[in-house]
Each structure stands twice: as C-alpha cells, then as structure tokens.
Design a protein around this ligand. Structure first.
Ligand code: PHE
Ligand code: ZN
Length: 867
C-alpha cells in the first residue's frame, strides 16, 4: 500500500516505514483493464502501458501509481499531457472525473537488474518476477493484490535472440516486425492482481504434452527450457500431469485455460512462481535425470511443480486481499502439496520429512527475535515475510482444521471457499468462516493460530490406577511470549492420542482426538488393564513442543512397537535426543538403548527401508541445540560424534548389509528410493565407527554409482573425512560436472557442510573460486546458506564464521537484497548461544546495521534481531 508515501509526516527514510495490517483500506482506484506493449531487448526495453482506471467510492483523493526505480518518459491522461508528480518513485495524478485512461511510457534495462525482481535477464532469457512488489519495477501501477485487472500484452523482440515470446493466458496473434523482429499478442481472460503478471522471451525449446481435464477439455502443456536441457524435463512433466489429476480428484478443481506453460531459469530468488498460466521456475525445481539429480531432488521437483500448479486455484482464482493474508494462499497451498506428495509416496515418511523441516526452520523462527504470527501484524519489507511461519506453520494450521473438522467437512469447506470467493481477493478470516459455515463447527478460539506467534508448550502427565483400570492424563499448555506480545491465551491443540500396553506393546483401545483448549485438561481412559504408555501428538497433529515424563524403558517400547509409524519414529528420536543432550552436558551416557533401538529397526521385517532410513538418522546438531537452554556447539558436536561412533562400532554387520544393498538408478519407486536412502545413512554410521573402512566403502559406492543419490551420499561421507579418497572423489566430481550449474552447486554445498576442522578455510577459498558468483542465488546459497547451517563450523569460537557470513551478506546486498536478507536470521539467534559467541554474533549484526546504503530488506531483519 502506497498511502504512507504521501504522508507529509513520514520520516526521511520512507523505505524504513512499517506498514500495519490494521491500516488496510480498500483501493482508492480500481484498474479493470491493463494493456501493455513491450519492446524487448536485454539492455533497453520500452514499456508502454495503458490503464483504465475507475474511482472506487466517494472520495477526492488522487490516483497513486507505485513505481520502483522507474523514470517516466511520458504520461498521458485520456490522450493529453497530464498533471502529475513523482513522490518517492510513485506517480501521483489528480483526476477530476471518475474514470480515466492513463498511458505511461518507461524504459528499463533488464540486463542491469541484479535484484531479480521486475523484468530481468537470466542466461540470455528475459523474464519477470512480480510477487510481491515487482510489477512496479516494470510499469506504474497500484501494484497491490486487491486490484484485479484484465491483461492484454503485446511483446516484440529480435527474432533470432528471442524466438519464443510468452505471457499469461492465451496467445491471440503473432506477426513479423521490422529489422528482424517479431511480436506476439497475449490475452488473459481471468482478472488478476499485478503480482501474477509474467512474460518470458528467449531461445527455448518445449517438452509438450496434452492433459484432458475431468470435463473433457484438452489443455496444451509445455515446459520451456534451453534445448540441451529438454531430456531433463520428463519428471517435471509427469509431476504436472499427476498434480492436475490429483487436484481434480481430491479438491474437485479443474484447470481453466487452454494453455499451461512452465519456464525454467537459472537465476531466481525463490523456488518458483505461480503466474497465471505461465509458471516461472528456478531451474533446480524442473531439471532432473538419474545422473544429475538425487531422489530428494526428484521429490522436491514433484512437490514444487504441484505447489505452483495448485496455486491456480489457491492463489490465482482466489487471491489475497493484502500481503498480511499471504498464508491464505501459501499455508493452504503447502498443505495441498504436502498431501499430494504423501499420496504419491509414503504418507508416514512424508510426514516425518515435513515435521523435520518445521522443527528445523519454523520452530527457531517462532522462538527468536523475528517471531511473527501466521498472519503478521506489520512489516517493513514484505519479502521478509515469505517465511517458514507463513508457509509451513500456515500449512499446519490448515492441517489442524482438517483434523478437527474431518475430511468430509473440510472438503465441503474448501468447496464453499472456492465457490464464494472465486475471482476475489480474500482474507484468512474468509477461509476460516467458510470452514465454519460448511461444518457447523465453531472455530472462534481456533483463530488464535492466526494471531498468536510462538510454539505452544504442552506437558503431559499420566497416572494409572491398576485397581480401577482408569488412566488419567493431565495435559497443560503454555504459549510463550514473543517480541511485542505477552500474556497469550490458550489455543486449540488437537492431539491424536492412544495408549500402548507397557507389557504387551499393543495399542489399548482406539485412538482419540483430544482437544486441549484450556490451560489444563484432564482426560480419562477406562478399562486400562496393564500399565499404559502414552502415544501422544501422533502424526504431529498439533505443531507444539511436547514435554512428557517418561519412565525407564518407555521410549524403547514405543520406538519398537507403536503402531503409528510417526509416533514410533518420534519415540526413537526422543531416545536419541535424551542421550545426545546428556552427552552435551558432559554426563557419561549409556548408548546401549539407542543402539538396541537401531538394531531393532535394522532387523525388522515389517518396516520399509525408507522408514528405516528416517529412523536411523540422528537429530542434527542444530536440533540438539534447539532443545538446550544454552547452545555450546563444540559440546554438541562431540556428543553427537561419540554416539554415532558407538552405534557404528556396535552395528557394523547390520549396517554393512544395508549399505551393500542397492537399487537400479532408473528405478524411482518409493521402495527403490528407500533402499538408497538407507544405504547412505548406513554408510555414514559405519564410517563413524571405522573411518578407514568407511573411506574405502564410500569411494567404492562413489565409483560404482549409477545415480546421483548414491554418488552424493558417498561424497557427503567423504567430505568429512581426512583421507586420500576424499580429494580423489571431489576432483573427479568437479571434472565430470563442472559445466553443469545445478550439479556444481552440490559440489559447493557438500564442502560447505563438511564436518572437518578446516571447513572454514575451505569455504573461504571456495568464495574466491572461479565458479563462485554473487549473482546466482543458487550458487550463493550453496556455499553460504549451507555453511551457516553447519553449526559446528559456522559457530567456530573465533567468530571467523560470523565475519565470513556477514561479509557475504553485505556483498550480495548491493546486488540482491532479497537473497541477502534471508541469511540474516542465523545471526539473529545470538541470544541462544554461550556468552562469548553471542557477543561475537551481536557485533556482526551491529556491523550490518551500521553499513551505509543497506537495503531495507536487510535493515529490517538485522535491526529487529538486535532488539
Ligand atoms: N509465491 C511463490 C510460491 O510460493 C514464492 C515466491 C515468492 C516466488 C516471491 C518468488 C517471489 O510458490
Ligand atoms: Zn506458494
């Protein structure tokens, strides 16, 4: 919203002004039609825009059109020169009537646009990125999501350099122009907000297919990439068709245009973008084959392709009223893509992965200085709110509604929501209301999930009366304070719960859904004959931190026999965490319970290999730290290392067997993926027990691999060793893949994640490597984000890691503030660390804030982290 910009009392640095959700006002002017004419070239692009504007309501305020780094060449109102002024980049026009036609002309240089927002060049392709506020870098426009327009777009460009011209909607007409140019005219029949506008011009080839919708309409599908990359688009196409079918079957949603285009570009700030009918992707979420992509890459591609496709309904047909409502589309769409992936593979393994991500990325956010509700109250730079809270916790909120309502009512609610708000810009409140109206269930208190930040803490305590056969479960909740918000109300926490017999290991009675909706709740279970064990928050039905007293042997029994696979996994992880935390505190630990649990997992005939791979993966060092009062990275590292050594030494034979198994690289079935997952997890544990033998085995696995999963798994193990095999493998990998951008990212990432004392020095050298660049977000993140996530190396007591990451943030901020800002939160966690490190981290944040010319993106994240 640009209203603050004309406020005469606004501070001198208008870019640092906070915008509040409560200040929302409907737009002063609507823009029913937008006509754009692009004369495209990399260095100099001319944009002629014609907006039909209509006064919205009774007021006499001027028309304000947002601009960002735009210089108007000309402005016309109803065909004549107009009275206009520029206020902080925004165009202000006084209009006497209630309607008008505004024509503006601007000139852009896509090649010079290093922010990758607006119109930019990526490897010879011209493309756009408009969410959230990139359209104003292309032309003057209100550029807010509640202004929906019909778009007609003419693009003209040199035919040799840009043989393919794409935009939203349908292709109406093409033709030849002068001087070797050609043009295309596109029309999008669906009114859309400006953030969904897109165009692409480039030398691209298409993988084409046809999808027949449930009503029998034929949709032309195309995935556009460089000609050479076409063989690597098959999986993305299969995923797209599967997603289209799934959305019909599960949500009753049919695709609505005759064309659906996907384009892959190498330089992209996020994962992908759901522009209407023309999704633009980071190439890492499109391109894959057996030789260059891991199973995880394949799964991510399916998930992201589905996610962007699902946005066609949850995002495009029904969009957001304002950016505070971002989770309306993102939380819902993440939930939809999670469900899709669960249906395509193993539900339990997918849930384990999603929860791991939530704990790794969202819990720290919720517990730190940047904590914000799923529906934030204010922002300085909206791009900073594309967070794990809005996306992943937002998805958990949708999931909880489905758990509480049941599948049928939830589907009725989503039908009602789409039906009621089709073509509108809606709010989170609208979504919840639709769910209430369809189900008859009151969600008043549940709405607190949208307004209260912080991960609720739940404590559970159970007593069993053997004489009466009654087990009493006492549950309590507490929602912690977060910056600017204390004294919170109790939330609605849906907890799937069952009791497991301590002697029999069998489930006693049915699973129950307990709604913990007060500070304390007591629940009774009757007819409990044997001592019961508590299996609670099964499937992670509520995103909470659970503390439950556990007697000796309890977690062991649950880890071996809980029939709910997620709960079983959780018990095993909890068992490991207890040992790891005790070890980090310097206590002498008995590793045998963990070893025996892992032995049981490895020997089980009932468990599939994918689950075994998950169950044998120890909590990361960061996760251990998250569970401790004060983080001491060295102690945590030593503790985890010791437990891994003990496991590796004790289970050599079983681990060797799992490592020796394999699956043909061409086999992408869930089973084959599981076998490969387990193979590399086993290799890593074996190596912990015997590094010499591990180096040999890893090199053998590396050399024999017929797929990237095995190859990368081996290289990851070698990365942390001090052995000649390490250099040989990294050298061979580099020689083989040096020309392949996406695979070379792995080469950087693996070295940045390595667990060796010299990692810092290696990473500093890699930052000066000829293949490193600040300009490509994937490459930058491969090195910097992976290093910063390497707790032991990043948090080196010298503070060298903090200085390095800060240098990299400041360097990239001058080119691309969005990429820079996303790396600030790792420093913002300083309060969690022991005092010397905390001080060193804080000093780097001070240094960032004191840097002249800082972007508002980085300013917001760094200044809030210091408060
Ligand atoms: N809306 C995109 C998605 O979640 C993410 C995105 C945001 C991409 C901003 C680019 C810029 O699918
Ligand atoms: Zn999304």
């Amino acid at each position: 919203m640009s209203d603050a910009i004309l406020n005469p009392e606004a501070p001198a640095a208008p870019e640092h002004v906070a915008i509040y959700r409560q200040d929302y006002r409907p737009p002063d002017w609507l823009v029913p039609e937008v006509t754009l004419d692009f004369d495209l070239s990399a260095d100099r692009t001319r944009v002629l825009s014609t907006l039909k504007v209509v006064r919205n309501g009774q007021h006499d305020r001027p028309l304000q059109l947002a601009g960002d780094e735009l210089k108007p060449v000309s402005v016309h109102v109803d065909g004549s020169q107009a009275r206009w002024a520029l206020h902080n980049d925004n165009l202000v026009i006084e209009l006497s009537g209630n309607e008008g036609t505004i024509e503006t002309e601007v000139e852009l240089s896509p090649a010079a646009n290093s922010k990758l927002m607006g119109l930019y060049a990526s490897g010879g392709i011209l493309c756009t990125q408009c969410e959230s506020e990139g359209f104003r870098r292309i032309t003057f426009h209100p550029d807010r999501p509640d202004v929906l327009s019909r778009y007609r777009v003419r693009m003209s460009a040199d035919k040799t350099s840009f043989p393919i011209l794409l935009a939203n909607g349908n292709l109406v007409e093409t033709g030849e122009g002068e001087d070797g140019t050609h043009w295309a005219l596109w029309d999008d029949p669906f009114p859309k907000p400006s953030y969904l506008f897109a165009l692409v011009a480039g030398d691209l080839g298409a993988n084409r297919d046809i999808f027949t919708t449930m009503s029998g309409r034929k949709v032309e599908l195309a995935i556009w990439v460089r000609e050479n990359d076409l063989p690597r688009t098959r999986h993305a196409m299969d995923s797209l068709k599967a997603a289209m079918r799934w959305d019909e079957e599960v949500y009753g949603r049919e695709y609505d245009l005759d064309l659906f285009n996907i384009v892959a570009v190498d330089d992209f700030n996020f994962g992908a973008m759901e522009n209407k009918g023309l999704n633009i992707f980071n190439s890492r979420y499109v391109l894959a084959d057996q030789d260059t992509a891991t199973d995880a890459d394949f799964d991510n591609i399916a998930g992201v392709v589905a996610h962007e496709y699902f946005h066609n309904w949850s995002g495009d047909r029904v969009t957001c009223r304002d950016w505070f409502q971002l989770s309306l589309k993102e939380g819902f769409t993440v939930f939809r893509d999670q469900s899709f992936s669960a249906d395509m593979g193993s539900e339990a393994v997918k849930r384990i992965d999603d929860v791991r991500l939530l704990r790794a990325a969202q819990f720290p956010e919720d517990g730190g200085p940047l904590a914000h509700p799923v529906r934030p109250e204010s922002y300085i730079e909206i791009t900073n709110f594309y967070t794990a809270t809005v996306y992943n916790k937002g998805a958990e909120v949708i999931r909880m509604m489905r758990t509480i309502l049941g599948a049928d009512s939830f589907r009725k609610g989503s039908d009602l929501y789409f039906d009621r708000h089709d073509g509108q810009a809606a709010t989170c409140e609208d979504f919840v209301t639709a769910m209430e109206d369809a189900s008859g269930i009151d969600l008043s208190q549940f709405r607190l999930w949208y307004s209260q930040a912080g991960t609720p803490k739940v404590t559970a305590h159970m007593i069993h009366d053997a004489a009466t056969g009654v087990a009493t479960l006492k549950l309590a909740q507490h929602v912690p304070d977060t910056p600017g918000h204390s004294g919170k109300q109790p939330m609605v926490l849906p907890l799937k719960t069952a009791l497991i017999g301590a002697d029999s290991g069998a489930q006693l009675g049915d699973e129950r859904l307990i709604l913990l909706d007060r500070e304390e709740v007591e629940v009774e279970f009757e007819g409990v004959g044997e001592p019961p064990l508590l299996s609670i928050n099964r499937d992670f039905s509520a995103p909470v931190l659970l503390q439950s007293e556990r007697r000796a042997g309890e977690l062991e029994t649950l880890a071996a026999s809980d029939p709910n696979p997620f709960a079983r996994y959780e018990a095993g992880q909890e068992l490991m965490l207890r040992a790891l935390i005790a070890g980090a505190r310097g206590e002498v630990i008995d590793s045998s319970p963990v070893i025996e649990a892992m032995r049981g997992t490895l020997m089980s005939n009932a468990l599939d290999p994918a689950f075994k791979g998950e169950a044998l993966t120890m909590p990361t060092e960061a996760m251990i730290g998250d569970r401790m009062e004060i983080v001491d990275p060295d102690a945590i590292h030593a503790s985890r290392d010791a437990l891994r050594r003990a496991v590796g030494a004790a289970l050599t034979a079983l681990l060797s067997e799992a490592q020796a198994a394999g699956a043909a690289g061409s086999d992408l079935s869930p089973h084959a993926k599981g076998v490969r997952r387990l193979k590399s997890v086993a290799l890593a544990l074996l190596t912990a027990g015997d590094p010499g033998r591990g180096a040999e085995l890893a090199k053998m696995q590396f050399d024999a691999a017929d797929n990237m999963t095995d190859r990368q798994g081996a290289l990851m193990v070698l990365a942390s060793l001090d052995a000649p095999e390490r250099e040989a493998a990294f050298g061979a990998f580099y020689e083989r893949y040096r020309a392949d951008t996406l695979v070379l990212d792995k080469w950087f990432a693996l070295q940045a994640a390595s667990q060796r004392p010299d990692t810092m020095s290696v990473v500093e050298k890699l930052a000066a490597h000829r293949d490193f660049t600040l300009k490509n977000p994937n490459r930058w993140r491969a090195l910097v984000a992976n290093f910063a996530a390497n707790q032991w190396a990043f948090h080196d007591a010298s503070g060298r890691g903090y200085r390095f990451v800060t240098d990299m943030i400041l360097a990239v901020d001058r080119l691309n503030p969005q990429v820079a800002a996303r790396q600030v939160p790792v420093l913002g966690r300083w309060r969690r660390f022991e005092p010397q490190r905390a001080e060193l981290m804080r000093a780097q944040l001070e240094r960032i804030v004191a840097t002249p010319g800082l972007s508002k993106d980085v300013f917001e994240q760094a200044s809030k982290s210091l408060v």
